[in-house]
Design a protein around this ligand. Structure first.
Ligand code: FAD
Length: 472
């Protein structure tokens, strides 16, 4: 009998999973699945304990969903990527695997691992990879010179044009296969710290993720353009955690969006949300075109000469939400408490770390990965390089967010700030973004730090540091 093995990685779902669907196409084949945890690699990549927990929970439900279809999922652990190659070779031998199916991962180490595996397996096992975690394959949306775009807007236009020529279709979940003895013993736990995830914010399960997508596209997309920048409002989809580990696919997002709002591709309702999905694609396509981004090198080489400050006390103050700037601190506390942060605030806190504290963006990038439930190398690296003005399509280095006015604009009444900084509860609205001013004019002691930097002076120092680097 022919045996097909599906290697699950960042695609923990049964619906619209290209590798799984392809493996199941032959009704007579025996289909089995495997997931290999690699804690050593996860540590190197600073994967957050919340994301590890989210993966673990979804593996359990994937095991059940596959078992109901007669597909046994083996969950195993090795140290790192090298060991996973050896492990898979042996596994393919013992299970007499004829063909291996997997969905591509675009990060540098992952691609090297896959190439090594294909080499090691040789002609014994036929390997088939799929562009599953993107709407359009990297390298398929290029300039007239067949190069990857360096700026988002023209990329986005070309991307939409390609989508209009042919939409990527979703594939169905596999049919129930001939009865197979499914072993519950095939699940092993992994040796990696795990931290619980709030089920009200991120309910587990593929079904829940699909329901959330449906609800968002039906009820919320219409107001997304007006509400997406205000962290006190529940105006964004919060689907990033599911997209990051592949509980949802971007095709499902696109198809659902278009079924509710067919004009989204033409600039109608839904087009702003579609644009965010395209940002996700942009950063993935960039990783493939410029693998150095995976190694945390800046896209703009001269920015590597910026003389970053080493200031551990300020870095810790930023991490813990004790900078004295309410919008920055509230955002960091939201991240630390939930593993998620609103996009507007990710931009604000990243800008603060890099442009106010002049601390290397890579320190922030690493800290985000260690906390985020939606940690994703491409989006995180892209976001940090954007904020630090070191990347493609970055904000020019002289554009520096003012943390106080950002708070005033996007959390006018301080609703979000009060939620995360209860110690500012007694501060009147008028001073919620400048509590140090209020502290100076009243007799009460405020249990909240004064600003750790003077924004105006920090701005001047940062501009000077970037200018020196640029001229060097
Ligand atoms: P929605 O607004 O509902 O958007 C829908 C989906 O589009 C998101 O789920 C996400 O998959 C994608 N998306 C939205 N905005 C972006 C963007 N700017 N770049 C890439 N994809 C986007 N996103 C991550 O998924 N993982 C990360 O590790 C990550 N790190 C970031 C770091 C910084 C410094 C910045 C500025 C942004 C980062 N983002 C990251 C992008 C963005 O902040 C999150 O995707 C978004 O906040 C997730 O919330 P949502 O699902 O409600 O998004």
């Amino acid at each position: 009998m022919t045996t097909h093995l599906v290697w699950f990685r960042n695609d923990l779902r049964v619906n619209d999973n290209l590798a799984l669907a392809a493996a199941c196409r032959d009704p007579d084949a025996r289909v089995i699945g495997i997931f290999i945890a690699t804690p050593l690699q996860w540590r190197k990549h600073e994967m957050s304990p919340r994301q590890a927990e989210f993966i673990w929970q979804h593996l359990q439900s994937l095991h059940t969903a596959l078992a109901a279809r007669g597909i046994d999922l083996f969950i195993r652990q090795v140290d790192g990527f090298d060991e996973s190659v050896d492990f898979l070779k042996n596994f393919c031998e013992t299970q007499q695997v004829n063909a291996l199916f997997y969905n591509y991962q675009y990060e540098f180490n992952e691609r090297q691992r896959d190439a090594e595996l294909e080499k090691v397996l040789g002609s014994d096992v036929v390997c088939q990879g799929f562009d599953d975690s993107v709407l359009l394959p990297p390298g398929s949306v290029t300039t007239g010179n067949h190069e990857m775009y360096k700026v988002f807007t023209p990329f986005s236009k070309a991307f939409i044009k390609r989508l209009k020529e042919g939409l990527p279709e979703c594939v169905s979940s596999p049919q129930v296969r001939n009865a197979l003895q499914v072993e519950t013993a095939n699940i092993c736990t992994f040796d990696y710290p795990q931290q619980s995830v709030d089920p009200n914010l991120f309910p587990y399960g593929e079904k829940q993720a699909i329901n959330q997508l449906r609800f968002f596209c039906r009820q919320r997309v219409e107001d997304y353009a007006q509400q997406r920048d205000f962290p006190a409002v529940d105006g964004t989809s919060r689907l990033s955690a599911y997209l990051a580990i592949g509980v949802l696919s971007p095709r499902q997002c696109l198809q659902r969006l278009l079924s509710e709002h067919p004009q989204a591709l033409e600039g109608g309702v839904g087009s702003v949300w579609l644009n965010e999905l395209i940002w996700r694609e942009f950063y993935r396509h960039l990783l493939v075109a410029w693998p150095k981004l995976c190694r945390h090198q800046p896209f703009i080489p001269w920015t590597d000469s910026v003389a970053w400050r080493q200031d551990n006390a300020q870095f810790v103050a930023w991490q813990q939400g004790n900078t004295g700037f309410p919008i920055v601190d509230a955002a960091m506390r939201q991240l630390n408490a939930t593993g998620w942060m609103h996009n507007r605030l990710r931009m604000v806190v990243a800008s603060f770390l890099v442009k106010d504290l002049l601390i290397d963006w890579r320190q922030g990038e690493r800290y985000f990965m260690s906390q985020l439930i939606d940690g994703d190398l491409a989006a995180n690296n892209g976001g940090w390089q954007w904020a630090a003005s070191t990347g493609t399509d970055a904000a020019p280095y002289f554009r520096i967010f003012n943390p106080t006015t950002q708070g005033e604009r996007f959390d006018k009444q301080g609703e979000f700030i009060r939620q995360w900084l209860p110690e500012l509860g007694i501060v009147p609205d008028k001073y919620i973004h400048t509590p140090w001013v209020w502290a100076d004019i009243q007799p009460l002691t405020l249990d909240y730090p004064r600003p750790i930097v003077d924004h105006k002076q920090a701005r001047i120092a940062t501009l000077a540091a970037y200018e020196v680097a640029r001229k060097s």
